[in-house]
Design a protein around this ligand. Structure first.
Ligand code: IDP
Ligand code: MG
Length: 149
């Protein structure tokens, strides 16, 4: 079973899209195992986006992600990372497919509503960055037999 870190970014929160965004992961069949509503510090943002440190948009990215509260979540499932990223859509909302979160609600790459881990290695790092082990809930979902073969 794979886990992925998902963030509803500050634009998603400010625009009242928290429920809409969570619903898409939930109804897809991913299982929620952790969730918190936080204001990210600059230090947390810099660590989270450390891989982008040399990119020209790094400073504005840190500013964006710290500009208001975010919802941080851990979702679990078979191929959770790829499934979540497919549900999110392409990084640039203009080219993201309709039906995806970014394709349905976004207009610009710098306001693309959600973050999702992109590999098992980064997912493990990001989950640890945002959550302590005791904040992740191990629970049985009664519908699993109808979601997984
Ligand atoms: P991802 O969020 O789809 O994984 P990444 O390439 O990891 O995309 O980029 C991280 C975030 O940086 C994006 O979600 C977006 O908010 C921002 N970003 C990426 N490329 C650009 C750009 O060219 N201009 C401005 N912001 C960008
Ligand atoms: Mg990324």
């Amino acid at each position: 079973m794979e886990r992925t870190l998902i963030l509803v970014k500050p634009d998603g929160v400010q625009r009242g899209l928290i429920g809409e965004i969570i619903a898409r992961f939930e109804r897809r069949g991913l299982k929620l195992v952790g969730m918190k509503f936080i204001q990210m510090s600059k230090a947390l943002a810099e660590e989270h986006y450390a891989v982008h440190k040399e990119r020209p948009f790094y400073n504005s990215l840190v500013e964006y992600i710290t500009s208001g509260p975010v919802v941080a979540m851990v979702w679990e499932g078979k191929d959770a990372i790829a499934a979540a990223r497919a549900t999110m859509g392409a990084t640039n909302p203009v080219t993201a497919a309709p039906g995806t979160i970014r394709g349905d609600f976004g207009m610009e790459i710098g306001r693309n509503l959600v973050h999702g881990s992109d590999s098992p290695e980064n997912a493990a790092k990001e989950v640890n960055l945002f959550f302590n082990e005791d904040e992740l809930v191990d629970w049985n979902r009664v519908t699993d037999a109808w979601i997984r073969e």
